[in-house]
Design a protein around this ligand. Structure first.
Ligand code: SF4
Ligand code: SF4
Length: 357
């Protein structure tokens, strides 16, 4: 049976927000500078930047924090640090970031499962929100432009209100309660028509993209394409492109010992998990000072491969969701996946044309 759909008039949004706040602390995109947005705790609807397209960091930061203590050595004992998370509602997550969360869920749920991530993720509610693409968005190419998983409720902006769908049982319960409390109305035919029109208009609004069907073979065949050397020459190895990516999860384990040891020579210490980046020079360095990916070009190629087809065999999906964050945050202006893929595909097509039929 299809779940009921609802309409939320915009003037009723503060009541909807109150219902969300009744579940837990609400986080939403907030404007933090002239051009940037960040997910922050909000109390009032006026604090929410509904126009925000991409936040500086994706919502992975709530479940997989930048630095997290896993184990403590205290009073001569090793103690695992499993946090008791508070329920969080993350509002305003766009389709690419929902797909990113779905990918992170699959990876962190993979046996034996990551307790630290999963406990936080299972005490949360994700409210998706529709958006219109800008010149850097290419989620349509990656097949992540329509919400499929990673959320509880999704709101589509249909001018004077939101068309609302519930996905999970906790999302459907929230909507049923809000309907009972007269915050929501049942969606009528006119709302459904505007909903369909919105998604059609949106699918025609994409300005950039590429074909994904031959990505794997293109990447393999163009592994020595000169574009890689050009990019490598300009890459600063700053690592900006990885923390901003909704699906990058590489980490380092850092042991921190307290400076003040006790009289008997023992001291407290902790082991932390901290975000790392495959773009850093030391990432692939091993014992004996050997580096598997010594130059920026080696690291960039590795990253592109990971994003565009490295997960095909193991999981059956690509880990780029087309959000465009890496493009806008690269200080060298080089991390434009669409441009690079277009160059590689054009080179491949040229070679294909020269092949005997
Ligand atoms: S690789 Fe770039 S465009 Fe793709 S999901 Fe990561 S940050 Fe977004
Ligand atoms: S953000 Fe740009 S310059 Fe920095 S590591 Fe990534 S590709 Fe290189």
């Amino acid at each position: 049976m299809l779940s009921p759909t609802y309409f939320l008039p915009k003037e009723k949004f503060p009541d909807f927000l109150s219902a969300l706040k009744g579940l837990g602390q609400v986080f939403a995109p907030v404007k933090v500078s002239q051009q940037s947005y960040s997910f922050k705790a909000v109390e009032k609807a006026s604090e929410i930047a509904f126009e925000a397209l991409r936040t500086i960091l994706p919502p992975k930061k709530f479940f997989y924090p930048q630095s997290e203590t896993l184990v403590k050595f205290e009073d001569g004992e090793i103690k695992e640090c499993i946090e008791e998370p508070q329920f969080k509602v993350i509002f305003g997550v766009h389709p690419c970031d929902l797909a990113g969360l779905g990918i992170m869920d699959t990876i962190f749920e993979d046996s034996p499962g990551d307790t630290h991530y999963l406990r936080k993720r299972r005490t949360s509610m994700i409210i998706g929100l529709s958006c219109m693409p800008d010149k850097h968005c290419f989620c349509q190419s990656m097949g992540t432009d329509c919400p499929e998983k990673g959320y509880d409720v999704f709101l589509t902006d249909i001018e004077d209100g939101y068309f609302i769908e519930g996905k999970s049982s906790q999302g459907q319960k929230l909507l049923a309660d809000a309907f009972t409390n007269k915050v929501l109305e049942r969606a009528r035919e006119a709302h459904k028509d505007r909903y369909k029109r919105f998604w059609l208009d949106r699918s025609e609004a994409f300005e950039t993209g590429f074909k994904v069907d031959n990505l794997r073979s293109t990447m393999d065949l163009e592994w020595e394409n000169p574009v890689w050397e050009e990019l490598g020459d300009r890459c600063l190895s700053c690592g900006n492109c990885t923390p901003v990516c909704p699906t990058c999860y590489c980490f380092d384990l850092v042991d921190v010992a307290a400076l003040s040891s006790k009289e008997d020579g023992s001291g407290d210490a902790e082991r932390r998990r901290e975000w790392d980046s495959c773009q850093f020079v030391g990432f692939a360095k091993v014992a004996g000072d050997y580096n598997f990916r010594p130059g920026p070009v080696d690291r960039l190629k590795f990253w592109y491969r990971h994003k565009l087809h490295g997960f095909d065999d193991a999981y059956g999906f690509k880990t780029c969701v087309g959000c465009g964050r890496c493009t806008v945050s690269c200080p060298s202006g080089i991390d434009d996946i669409v441009k690079v893929v277009n160059i590689l595909q054009a080179a491949r097509e040229k070679k294909d044309e020269g092949q005997p039929k």
